[in-house]
Design a protein around this ligand. Structure first.
Ligand code: AMP
Length: 369
């Protein structure tokens, strides 16, 4: 995710699984508290956890939480207010006493930093080892392409730009720090050589953010390894200002006025994908899951393949998010896909259901790291 992280990777420390298991051994499986940072998809996570009968905890770090009063069914039972993220480390014993399980989401991991998230000695839902593979663009590419899933082509030398490209500065987040160039001249005009960057083929097509859930505990449905793969929903992001820029004329005209396209996510819209693409969609996700087990012990729980479908109906994945994405938020009461598996179920509730099943069958150690 950030350059700093890349530099720190070789000596990164992750809380050992044995330590997490030790903490879990003291947990009362009937008293688990689902906790997350109050932002991103936390309304959905709390709402789903409450539906499954869990107590919930909202962790806040200088964040206004009054909006939760407006949504009583998604308001956590307790808020724990902190002045900074260091305090979570200082208070991990208190969290353990309360049987807390942390649910990671994009903002939680990003604000805290992937590396520090891995160091937390509080049980976390999902495999924390995935953070390293996901936050380094080269490792992410190695994982996805070695699973046989196509990604946008990388252009190593800017002089070879012979089609529209997206220049991504390392550490660019949420679509900030990208720029589009259609040829070498435009690249030279826009590039800031003081920052490391990669040049990627601009894939022209329609975007689908595919929300999967892999359960190693379930053996129903679309079987993958010993578990099952579920497609919970699909969204498309609203991105400012690129989505509305066309209204002002050509991008060239805009550039002359100093207005450049940006890809900052501001909201999410539900979509469904053409049904004939579903075999390909499942195949891609299946291979990504299988490869993750070969590379780093697996990905389980929610993940998202961020993809573009071209007019030749090819699918290219430009990024993977290895946890719940905010694009699942339009589906608090189900989705056209989830309704054919678990009617009315959100991804947040699906996470809670998984934890509940694991607690009831003494398998928490298999899904918490
Ligand atoms: P990201 O930060 O990688 O999620 O990308 C932010 C946004 O940039 C995406 O939601 C897409 O709209 C766009 N994008 C990223 N990579 C590509 C690509 N290779 N081709 C076209 N659009 C892209």
């Amino acid at each position: 995710m950030t350059e700093t992280l890349n530099q720190e990777l070789p000596c990164y420390y992750m809380v050992p699984k044995e330590r997490v298991d030790e903490i879990l051994a003291e947990y009362n499986p009937d008293e688990i508290v689902i906790a997350t940072l109050t932002s991103h998809s936390s309304l959905q996570i709390f709402h789903g956890a409450r539906k499954m009968g869990f107590k919930t905890m909202g962790i806040t770090v200088n964040h206004d939480t009054r909006y939760f009063d407006a949504f009583p069914l998604a308001k956590p039972d307790e808020f724990v207010k902190m002045k900074d993220f260091d305090e979570i480390f200082d208070r991990s014993g208190e969290f353990a006493d309360k049987n807390v399980v942390l649910i990671p989401h994009g903002s939680f991991v990003e604000y805290m930093g992937a590396k520090r998230f891995q160091e937390l000695d509080i049980p976390v839902y999902g495999n924390r080892a995935v953070l390293q593979w996901e936050s380094d663009r080269d490792m992410e590419r190695q994982w996805i392409t070695s699973a046989g899933v196509p990604m946008p082509r990388i252009i190593n030398d800017a002089r070879d730009i012979d089609q529209p490209v997206l220049v991504k500065y390392h550490g660019a987040k949420g679509g900030r720090g990208f720029f589009v160039a259609k040829d070498y001249a435009e690249f030279k005009m826009g590039i800031d050589h003081t920052q490391p960057y990669t040049i990627q083929e601009y894939v022209l097509g329609t975007r689908y953010y595919l929300h999967f859930f892999y359960s190693p505990l379930s053996s129903e449905g679309y079987k993958v390894r010993d578990g099952s793969l579920e497609l919970m929903s699909i969204d498309r992001r609203d991105e400012s200002n690129i989505d509305e820029m066309y209204k002002l004329g050509s991008q060239e005209d805009m550039k002359r006025q100093g207005l450049f396209p940006s890809f900052v996510v501001t909201g999410n819209v539900p979509v469904v994908i053409r049904e004939s693409l579903l075999p390909k969609v499942f195949n891609m996700a299946e291979n990504v899951v299988k490869r993750s087990y070969e590379l780093f012990g697996g990905i389980w729980g929610p993940f998202c393949l961020e993809s573009i479908v071209t007019d030749k109906l090819e699918i290219k994945v430009f990024e993977i998010s290895s946890r719940i994405v905010a694009g699942t938020n339009p589906f608090i009461s189900g989705s056209p896909y989830a309704d054919m598996i678990y009617p009315g179920m959100s991804t947040g509730a699906r996470i809670a259901m998984e934890i509940k099943n694991a607690a009831e069958t003494d398998r928490l150690g298999e899904i918490l790291t």
